[in-house]
Design a protein around this ligand. Structure first.
Ligand SMILES: Cc1cc2nc3c(=O)[nH]c(=O)nc-3n(C[C@H](O)[C@H](O)[C@H](O)COP(=O)(O)OP(=O)(O)OC[C@H]3O[C@@H](n4cnc5c(N)ncnc54)[C@H](O)[C@@H]3O)c2cc1C
Length: 502
């Protein structure tokens, strides 16, 4: 696991406040520093026998551990680095219902009934986070309500059918926001309609993963950091795990190592396409941030490119760039700065305080990997960009199946383990990602051009009406008004592939 994917701790609310603001040029120095948190838990240095061994102390592994320990099992979590080392400690904290796959695609694949059950499970995952991420259980978690999904293109008609489906068929509270409402909250002409989820919420993501670890320990789970699992023998009733300095036996092993499982189970690792996503937090931006972004929940665009929210009152937290290889996060400070200026020109060039990255595991079908690979060997991985509700759901499903015989994880059986293409898959994944961003940018440019053209047309009609009024209501047809100077006409801008992709 030599590919350290993170730079500095995530910029969740409080940690952002503690970070001294540094100019973009100074971000590199601050990132190269040794601010990575050190392991808090001991290393496994003695042999151990447990009911359930969990590999990986990210959101997924810790939720399994918490839930199983609460249900009375003896649990050991083995983490190669430290709690929240990868994506789980570097996310934006937005908790939404659903999955990373459009609901219509799910219906087409598995039918309405099963989609409906899967959707309900995803909501239960979000409710698990809500019940766990309270100030009482995790002090400083700072929950706040509401998330907005905005469209880069003008598709009001599609919005209505989507709202109907989510609201009526999937019992999810949603509001459709017209363009004016979206733009009253977000001062940009980049976004058109929006879907508002009043029951979605956000939390301090970094605090959450450490809070989960503390709660799991309190419930009786044992967490060992700096303890990479080097081999697994899943045959037999009691399965065996080898770490550099100890051996462990367990009736059940839960693989929650995401893309870093590596040689331990190479064939399983190769069913995930690793995608590194990078986020940043700005320096305090003062009143100009509130004047530009009034909305206080999370915002994500429907193409999955940008995801942001206001933290600490006047800082902006923003995630956007992606690669299919591990890169130094500080390299993306300028890209995020540019991206913020592209979407919100009035913010101009913002100062970036902190940049970080984490690897998410993307499956070929886009759905998470949840289930039993063979008797007593479980997998909980592949949560992609939407890991908070889905990993919570996975943790509950697996713990309850082991301890209560709850078989609902079988709803995920249609989403098999499919090879993600190895290195070729990574190259193709990157190319497809860039292409998708480019075409989303082009579609957005076209939508804005059409909007400007419609506005100009309305102005022209008003001029004609005014000219008619002044000329009286005589029978002679009016000549069209003289052509306007070129500078007044709507101009299509070139699809901004550069600067758009971030
Ligand atoms: C910038 C960014 C923003 C995001 N924002 C959001 C958001 O707002 N909302 C949301 O829902 N999701 C978000 N996500 C996605 C979410 O963070 C992930 O889906 C989720 O954290 C995945 O959790 P995990 O437990 O599967 O994996 P990980 O966090 O990768 O945890 C796996 C752990 O297993 C350990 N491990 C692996 N192999 C071994 C081994 N052999 N032995 C021991 N330990 C091992 C690793 O060290 C690691 O700590 C975001 C992700 C990123 C990168």
């Amino acid at each position: 696991m030599s590919e350290t994917s993170t730079a500095k701790p995530s910029a969740a609310k409080t940690s952002a406040a503690k970070t001294s603001a540094v100019k973009t040029s100074a971000v590199k120095a601050s990132i190269a520093g040794t601010s990575e948190p050190q392991p808090l838990h001991e290393r496994l240095s003695f042999d151990l026998d447990v009911d359930i061994a969990v590999v990986g102390a990210g959101l997924a592994g810790l939720t399994v551990a918490l839930e199983a320990a609460r249900l009375g099992a003896s649990v050991a979590v083995l983490e190669g680095r430290h709690v929240g080392w990868n994506a789980s400690g570097h996310q934006l904290g937005t908790v939404m219902p659903g999955y990373g796959v459009p609901i219509g695609d799910l219906i087409a694949r598995i039918g309405f009934e099963d989609t409906s059950e899967l959707w309900a499970l995803s909501k239960q995952g979000a409710e698990f986070v809500r019940a766990t991420a309270t100030e009482q259980l995790i002090p400083g978690i700072a929950p706040s309500e509401g998330a907005l999904e905005v469209s880069n293109v003008d598709v009001g008609d599609q919005l209505i059918s989507r709202l109907q489906m989510l609201g009526e068929d999937f019992e999810t509270e949603v509001e459709g926001w017209q363009v004016d409402r979206v733009r009253a909250e977000l001062k940009t002409d980049r976004y058109f309609h929006g879907v508002y989820y009043p029951k979605a919420f956000q939390i301090d993501g970094r605090k959450y993963v450490h809070g989960l670890a503390a709660l799991a320990r309190r419930a009786g789970a044992r967490i060992f950091e700096d303890t990479p699992v080097v081999s697994i023998d899943p045959s037999g009733i009691r399965k065996r795990i080898v770490t550099p300095s100890a051996r462990l036996r367990a009736s059940h092993i839960v693989l929650a190592g995401n893309v870093h499982l590596g040689a331990t189970l190479r064939r399983l690792s190769e069913t995930l396409l690793p995608v590194w996503r990078y986020g940043a937090v700005t320096a305090p931006l003062g009143d100009r941030l509130g004047e530009t972004i009034a909305f206080r929940g999370s915002v994500a665009d429907s193409d999955g490119i940008d995801h942001f929210r206001v933290v600490d009152g006047d800082r902006l937290m923003w995630a956007s760039p992606e690669t299919t290889w591990a890169a130094r996060p500080d390299r993306f400070a300028t890209a995020i700065q540019r991206r913020i200026r592209t979407i919100f020109p009035s913010l101009d060039k913002v100062e970036i305080s902190e940049v970080w990255g984490g690897a998410i595991g993307q499956t070929v079908h886009g759905m998470p990997q949840i289930g039993q690979l063979r008797r007593g060997l479980w997998v909980a991985s592949g949560f992609g960009r939407q890991g908070l509700n889905t990993s919570a759901m996975a943790g509950q499903l697996i713990a309850r199946s082991i301890l209560w015989g709850d078989e609902r994880w079988r709803l995920f059986s249609p989403f098999e383990l499919v090879w993600a293409g190895g290195m070729t898959g990574r190259i193709a994944g990157y190319a497809i990602g860039q292409w998708a961003r480019g075409s989303a940018a082009a579609a957005g440019t076209l939508a804005r051009y059409r909007e400007r053209a419609r506005t100009q047309e309305r102005i022209r009609e008003a001029r004609v009406a005014e000219a008619n009024r002044q000329a009286g209501s005589g029978p002679a047809p009016l000549r069209p008004p003289p052509p306007r100077p070129r500078s007044e006409r709507p101009q299509p801008t070139a699809p901004a592939n550069s600067g758009e992709g971030g």
